[in-house]
Design a protein around this ligand. Sequence first.
Ligand code: 13P
Length: 321
Amino acid sequence: MEMLSRPPIVYDPPQAPPDPDLVERVLQLKVERNAIVLAHNYQVGEVQDVADVIGDSLGLAQAAARTDADVILFCGVRFMAETAAILNPTKTVLMPDLKAGCSLADMITADELRAWKALHPGAVVVSYINTTADVKAESDYICTSTNALKVIGAIPREREILFLPDKYLGTYLQQKSGRSMHVWPGYCPTHVSIRSEEIEALKFEHPAARFLMHPECGCMTSCMGLADAVLSTEGMVRYVRDSPETEFIIGTETGILHKMRKENPGKMLYPAAAEAVCPHMKVNSLEKVLWSLEDLQPRVTVDPETARRARKAIDRMLELA
Ligand code: 13P
């Protein structure tokens, strides 16, 4: 196979260690505020390192559903914190920075979904958790990358399905379930930067490496055949931890490498695309975590009627999980 040319990948960008006083103050405030810090696998290392739970969308929604803390500081993106707020209407839900949005979630509005539903009366609406609270309120089921196949499997075969907003996850679900669905044409710009040419070149350089792929990858059709497993972010973390193999190509946002490297110092982890960095996830920082716990701001709230309707769809998912 001919070697493909590509820019060098920096596997371990150096990071200055966080100020220990800052870390200490955050840990103190967590106790004083009876706060739990939930961090997504894509958060920067210094934020992950002060979190009580680090996980994928499903794991963090489950952690939010069962916590007895008074304050939930959600270090991720807005739809994740909104989900926590929907599950905890009486708690204080904070984000380090409200500007941490999600380009994929913004690719369908509640008005667009209502218009789509009107074209398919009686169809079951399955929405990926990467959606706004307004879109969740118009949905029958929510799913994440962990449980999407299970959710689809719970819907009677004769029912028409509208799946949104990620077309690559939708493609994967159709292939795996053998069901045809109407799929909204949304995508995650970060996962689109992961390309099959890069994967092939990495596999050529590291023939023993296992390729783990997130179902949002833009190369879904061409990369599926290259993947040893298609997994959620936490599924990848578990796979690397439990596998006897020692080399892995990681097909998702690069923030996940922080936790993987900490857990597996002896294993070689290669990002499938060094440029797969979500700008929204990286808006949060340790300083903003501190300010948020100090001021109990900025708060994430969801209109109660929207939350009531969205919760039904989220609860259906949590019951299946
Ligand atoms: P996970 O649920 O697999 O963590 O995915 C979250 C996400 O937003 C991927 O872009």
